[in-house]
Structure formats: C-alpha cells, structure tokens
Design a protein around this ligand. Structure first.
Ligand code: NDP
Length: 458
C-alpha cells in the first residue's frame, strides 16, 4: 500500500457536506488515532480560526449528540483556515506555503461541481497536484460528455492512482455486505439467475424534501442525484458474475463488466414525477421540469439475467426514508400447497435493507395454522446493529481509505462512464413530469410499472 497522506485540505469547509459528514468523520478518525496531521479548511468566506472551530464542534455535536473534549481538542490543534478566491493563483501559493512540510496532501473537493476544474487547475499551477491525492464528490459531470471532460481535467493534473471519486454508497457496510452475502454463502448463488428470480426491485426513498438545497437540486434532479450513481452501483453488485479471484481488481472488473451489459434506460418504461409544491420552493424555476421522483425498468443483456426486470425507483417526500433491495423469487413450478387466499403461494422475498436500519430479511412460506394445508409467509429478519454492533460511518471509512491511497471503495472512471451511458436516454426528457402528492409512492403511473412493488419494511 502507498504511504499515508500527511495533510488534509478541505475545499468548501463552510459548506453543507463538511458540516454534515466530514467534520464528524475527521473527529472519529482523530479518536481512533488515524488523523494526527494538519487539516486546512479552504473557502471564499473569511472565517477566522474560532469560527472554524465553532462550526466543527457544532457539527460533531449534531452528528453524535455529544463532544468528547479531549478528542475535539486534538482535532482542533490540527485545524487551520485559509480564505481565498478559487480563481486567484495567490490562494494556491498561500496553500503551498501552508503545506510546505507535507509530502502527500489529500485535497477534498467539497465544493459545487462547477468549481472542480478551476480548483484542480489551481492546484496543478502551484505544483501541489504532483504530490497530492484528490477526492472528488458526486455529481461527477452532468452526462457522459461532461464526465469524460472532468476525467480528462483530473488526469491532466493528477496521476490516475491519486484520483478518488466518491460514491458514498461504496463506503456503506451494508452495500459492501452484498459482496459477502453473495460470495460467502453457498445457499443463494445457485438461485441467483433468471431461472429462479422473477424480478429485483431497488427503492431509494427519502421521506424528506430538498432541505434548503432546492436551488442546487433543481439543476440536478433524482436521476443525476442518486439513480446514476448509488442505485446503479447497487445494481452492479447484485448483477455481477463471480470475480476470478478475491482481489479488489478482479472484483471491480466484474462490476464494470456487469454495468457494460445493462441496456440504456428507455423513456417508454420510465416514469418521472415531481412532488406537489416543489415549484414554490426558493431557488426552483417556476416552470421547473426537474424530477424529484423516477421509476424505471432496467434490463441486463446477459444469460444470467435474460428476461429478469430490475425495477428501480427513487424519490423525495416518499412515505418513508429507506434504501431497500427486494429480490423476488419465482413461485414453485408445481402448486402443491396453495396460499391462504390465493391459488399460488406468495413468492419468497429476500430483502437487503441498506439504509439507516440495515439488515436482511427473508420471507419463507410456513404452514398456516388450522385444518387446511395452506401456506402463509413469515419473515426471518436480521438487524445488523443489534446483531453485529455499531459499524463505522461511510464517510469516515472513505476518508481513511483515501488517506491510505486505497481505491476499493471508490468509483472507477469506467464505472461512472458506464452509469452515464445507461441513464443518458432519460436525462432532461422534454415530456412534463407528473405531479404526485407529498408522502406518496410517486405518480399513479409508476405504480403499474412493476407488476407489484414491495414497499420497504422500515
Ligand atoms: P454547498 O452548496 O454547501 O457548497 C460548499 C461551499 O462551496 C459553500 O459553503 C461555499 O463556500 C462554496 N461555494 C458555493 N458556491 C460556490 C461557487 N460558485 N464558487 C466557489 N465556491 C462556492 O455544497 P455541499 O457542501 O452541499 O456539497 C459539496 C459537494 O459535495 C458538491 O459537489 C455536492 O454535490 C457534493 N455532495 C453533497 C452532499 C450533501 O449532503 N451536502 C451529498 C453528496 C454529495 P464559500 O462561499 O465560503 O467559499
């Protein structure tokens, strides 16, 4: 493994992502003795040192409910602030001076995508890119062409081995757990194909709206915000073939191959929605056609998945906040035991809960008590927190990995470009989005897309 970075530079230190995720991650890394190095916050805002510390403490408190003074003081001793304009070379000169003792700084771009390229150019101009690593946030471009451009700009400044593209789903224990579930169990892999699986559903539901970020969201929409990245990443993990060996490279190669077999999404099997009242929010165009909901059917052109639809849906102001995969198995070939009210028993469902209350649940048929021999489904649930204990937050794991130069949990260039290829036909469709009531599962048209959607269990 490469040497660990010896300084962190957070561009956009005054922003939402740093407050919500990165300060708590830095604090946890400090607690575990993984971050005794300078941490420089950069922003246009002229914050002094005290403002920086106040913001950091507030975000740790909000994330964890309490602050351990000893840990926080250790972090605070490393924190400094640098204010400047991203278009001004002087900003990068001052940064270079502040980093004169650092041999391998890590630059985290927690800034709007429009400023990624100017900052990367500024770092290169000051000679900082040559010895640093860079972490880039999503959205990675707006489409295939712009993501390609961004990759080119990054590669012009940084060695490919030093570029880290965040898809924070890859840092989630439960998402990584899909790999373990599939390849460490003998039980399901023989059934993991078109012969036994009827369909796979992926729901990423947010019970909240744009949370004060409507201006940002209106330029992005649900497809770019989560479908192109998080949801397709999950599809790749579900659909991939067994890797040739246990190494990271073989694993990522299969994931990219699986995405390569996904057919581009079709507008004919896609429903886009917008929640009622969205256009009245500050920062949203009065005639906005941005989707806050999308449901679509995805097909994979491989022998394993021939004829098996993957139904994906995501939206804001849904009935709950949950990310859940439901694998619906086919019912038995011969109907020897009917279901309680139906001619056929219910299908077996395997659920992966990937959100906050992560876990797995398998529904199986058992005998319905009574004189008749009929089947009734029961759940075999596992709650990971209760069973396995507390696991580390995705951003903490990702930051730790990037500091070590470890790529496994970061999206590859090819992965992102395949993802854009898949969603491109449904980006910016001219047809008007369909309105849906707040707190519903989207427009009525989406309900009939899958024969039967399985609602998340959390
Ligand atoms: P913000 O909108 O909060 O912006 C971050 C900071 O960037 C601001 O505090 C501001 O600081 C600076 N900034 C804003 N506009 C400009 C501009 N036009 N030019 C230069 N600087 C600007 O962004 P977030 O923190 O929400 O997101 C940062 C990155 O992370 C984005 O790429 C976003 O897509 C991504 N992301 C965010 C998530 C979130 O939950 N917030 C989740 C996943 C990804 P100042 O004015 O002080 O310089």
């Amino acid at each position: 493994m490469d040497l660990r970075s010896d300084a962190v530079v957070l561009f956009g230190v005054t922003g939402d992502l740093v407050a919500k995720k990165l300060f708590p991650a830095l604090y946890e890394l400090t607690r575990r003795g993984r971050l005794d190095m300078p941490v420089i916050g950069v922003a246009r805002s002229r914050w002094d040192h005290q403002q920086l510390l106040t913001a950091a403490r507030k975000s740790v408190l909000e994330a964890q409910g309490r602050v351990d003074d000893e840990v926080f003081d250790a972090l605070a001793r490393n924190l400094t602030m640098l204010s400047g304009d991203y278009a001004d070379p002087d900003t990068y000169q001052r940064l270079a001076e502040a980093l004169s003792a650092a041999e391998r700084p890590l630059f985290y771009l927690a800034i709007p995508p429009a400023v990624f390229t100017p900052v990367v150019d500024g770092l290169a101009g000051a000679g900082l890119a040559a010895r640093g690593r860079v972490v880039v946030e999503k959205p990675f471009g707006r489409d295939l062409a712009t993501s390609h451009e961004l990759n080119k700009a990054l590669r012009a400044a940084f060695d490919p081995e030093r570029i880290f593209r965040i898809d924070h789903y890859l840092g989630k224990e439960a998402v990584e757990g899909l790999r373990v579930f599939r390849f460490a169990n003998r039980l399901f892999e023989p059934l993991w194909n078109a012969e036994h699986i009827a369909n796979i559903q992926v729901t990423l539901a947010e019970g909240f709206g744009t949370e004060g970020r409507a201006g940002f969201y209106d330029r992005v929409g649900a497809t770019r915000d989560v479908l192109q990245n998080h949801m397709l990443q999950v599809v790749a993990l579900l659909a991939m073939e067994s890797p040739a060996d246990a190494g990271d490279d073989a694993y990522r190669a299969e994931e990219i191959r699986a995405l390569g077999q996904v057919e581009p999404l079709s507008p004919a099997t896609t429903v886009r929605g917008q929640y009622a009242g969205y256009r009245d929010e500050t920062g949203v165009a009065a005639d906005s056609n941005t989707e806050t909901f999308i449901a679509t059917e995805l097909r994979i052109n491989s022998p394993r998945w021939a004829g098996v639809p993957f139904y994906l849906r995501t939206g804001k102001l849904m009935p709950s906040t949950a990310t859940e995969v439901v694998v619906e198995f086919k019912t038995p070939e011969r109907n020897l035991v009917p279901g309680a009210d139906a001619a056929a028993p219910e299908p077996n469902l395997l659920r992966f809960r990937l959100g906050r209350h992560d876990g797995i649940s398998l529904s199986v048929q058992v005998k319905q008590p009574g004189a008749e021999v009929t089947a009734v489904p029961v759940e075999l649930p596992v709650d990971f927190d209760a069973t396995l204990g507390h696991r580390r937050e995705a951003y903490e794991r990702l930051l730790d990995d990037a500091l070590d130069g470890r790529h496994l949990r970061f999206a590859r260039e090819e992965t992102i470009e395949q993802e854009w290829r898949i969603v491109e036909p449904v980006l910016d469709l001219p047809e008007p989005v369909l309105s849906y009531p707040r707190g519903s599962w989207g427009p009525a048209e989406a309900q009939t897309l899958a024969g039967r959607w399985h609602a998340p269990t959390t």
